[in-house]
Unconditional design. Structure first.
Length: 551
């Protein structure tokens, strides 16, 4: 912004300027990219432009810019070096190393370093410049009411055309330029060079234009011959020639470090599960994580596995662990600069626990009766679905019996011969099988229970009276056993079992409770008919065998 009123500075007699008063303006630059004002401020917080007396006929002009711009220049300082070239004062000098270091210490890792190159001696015909990628910066105080301006000229096939508020233009080959051309004292233009570190180029904006007037501004070359312009007769400067400066825009060297891949923590999963991977913790010093290129791959898989990644270029791919074992994958990420990370490894352990088979309890049945086999106690610790396989491993000589529904949870067999039938059960999940569990079906003849009952009846009949709690209980037991035999022969097995269980209650005290159950006394057990424990236990064992035979 131009101040509402110009300030007056008296140059004093004997200065290189004329003896009139020179006006200067307070100038600030607005960066249209981020709307941060870029004011010209004296380094000691004095007036924006200050003139100080050195105690002689020379004055010093100091201008310090403090440009807060993430895309480019942080700050630079222009000093008058109090030297004269053909009568014109040279106002330009370069930043010192300490000043540059100070800027860098403030965290500006991507800014433009300005190097001020001394102008040529007026009498020299030698080439003054032999470099590329230059832009031009000129600070002018035209004096006598003229305004302070900052001008960037485009360098293309020669030096830029530079027009002062007053005075003549430079000679030589000129290219397109945007400069202050109006000679009106109060007219000026704002030029902004916005530097882009990613492309190392700059765009030129004029008067805060929305779009750049010139793009990739810093890409043109400077001719090998330096040009000068003259102020011309009658200007507020002296009649000598004035030098202009070339400013090199050169970004600090930024080392692009390779990114770091983070494949995530190792996982332990169940075979058959879908495995989700996540590389979002990967990072880079220049490229955002979501802009990295992700490359996932298997480095090893279990034997037989055909697992593939859903999208090997995704941040979060997945796959199905189709076989038990160990899956090893790696992630490599690549940044926008083309640098790739070291591969990061992730291990997926897919362990399968074998199921457990339970063939059930042993069974005693009569020959030609069905024996039901129950494998419902089998299980898989992983919760997998299991299949069943029953196998008849041995049978009595002459038997032709076979298993029914041998691949079901519930199977069966009908024994056709007396003896033992050994049967095994193996259960399997999709990946492994159990250890075999066995059970035995014992088949007895229909007359077996009758024979046992007849034997126990004879034993009871021959016991002395002293072995019974009452005289009539001998006959009671013998008669009731005869009734059971009759029920068996009639095929009324359920009635036979009920009656036999009732008889056993009268001879079970010694075996179950250590002594014969007495009469009375409020006990809940029926009184035993046989009181001698040795005889009672013999009878009890035979009766139990008979009961099992018909159960």
């Amino acid at each position: 912004n131009i101040a509402s009123s110009g300030k007056i500075v008296a140059w004093g007699s004997g200065s290189s300027f004329d003896t009139g008063s020179a006006h200067y303006a307070e100038v600030s630059f607005q960066n249209i990219k981020n709307s941060n004002p870029l004011p010209f401020v004296h380094e000691d917080d004095k007036d924006p432009v200050s003139v100080e007396n050195w105690g002689g006929t020379s004055e010093r002009l100091q201008i310090t810019t403090q440009a807060i711009d993430d895309n480019g220049v942080k700050a630079w300082t222009v000093y008058d070096n109090a030297s004269y070239i053909n009568g014109a004062k040279n106002y330009w000098n370069s930043l010192t190393d300490s000043q540059i270091s100070e800027l860098m210490s403030e965290g500006w890792t991507m800014s433009a370093r300005l190097k001020i190159v001394s102008a040529c001696d007026s009498n020299s015909s030698e080439s003054c410049f032999d470099q590329t990628d230059f832009a031009v910066a000129t600070w002018l105080d035209a004096g006598a009411g003229k305004r302070f301006a900052m001008i960037f000229g485009r360098l293309s096939n020669g030096n830029p055309e530079i027009k002062l508020l007053t005075g003549s233009t430079s000679s030589g080959t000129t290219g397109p330029s945007y400069v202050v051309t109006n000679s009106t004292a109060n007219d000026y233009h704002l030029y902004e060079l916005v530097y882009d570190p990613s492309t190392q180029t700059a765009d030129l904006y004029v008067d805060s234009s929305e779009d750049p007037v010139i793009e990739n501004y810093a890409g043109w070359n400077l001719s090998t011959a330096g040009k000068r312009f003259t102020w011309g007769s009658g200007s507020s400067f002296d009649t000598g020639s004035a030098n202009y400066s070339f400013v090199e825009l050169k970004p600090n060297t930024v080392i692009n470090e390779p990114p770091t891949a983070v494949a995530g923590d190792d996982q332990s999963i169940h075979t058959g599960d879908e495995v989700s991977l996540n590389g979002s913790d990967s990072f880079d010093d220049q490229t955002a994580s979501e802009d990295l290129i992700y490359t996932w791959s298997f480095t090893s898989q279990p034997s037989g596995s055909t697992a593939t990644l859903s999208d090997s270029g995704s941040i979060t791919p997945s796959f199905t662990a189709d076989e038990p074992g160990t899956y090893v994958l790696e992630l490599v990420v690549t940044d926008e600069g083309g640098l790739s990370s070291v591969a990061d490894e992730i291990i997926i352990s897919s362990e399968n626990m074998a199921p457990t088979a339970d063939a059930g309890l042993d069974i005693i049945v009569n020959v030609d009766d069905i024996a039901v086999l129950d494998g419902s106690g089998s299980f898989d610790p992983d919760g997998d679905t299991i299949t069943y396989q029953w196998t008849l491993t041995s049978a009595p000589s002459g038997s032709t019996s076979s298993l029914i529904n041998s691949t079901s949870q519930i199977a069966s067999i009908v024994p056709d011969e007396e003896g033992q039938y050994v049967i095994s059960l193996v259960v399997s999940d999709a990946y492994s099988s159990s250890v075999a569990d066995t059970m035995t079906v014992t088949a007895i003849g229909a007359e077996y229970a009758e024979d046992q009952l007849m034997d126990v009846s004879d034993i009871i009949s021959n016991l002395p009276d002293s072995d019974f709690d009452a005289k009539g209980h001998r006959n009671s037991l013998v008669n009731r056993i005869s009734d059971v035999i009759a029920l068996i022969q009639s095929g009324m097995l359920e009635d036979a079992r009920n009656e036999l269980e009732s008889i056993i209650e009268r001879v079970d005290g010694c075996t179950l409770r250590g002594s014969a159950d007495p009469k009375g006394g409020g006990q809940t057990f029926a009184a035993d008919y046989i009181t001698d424990c040795a005889e009672q236990e013999d009878a009890y064992d035979i009766l139990i065998d008979a009961l099992n035979a018909i159960s």
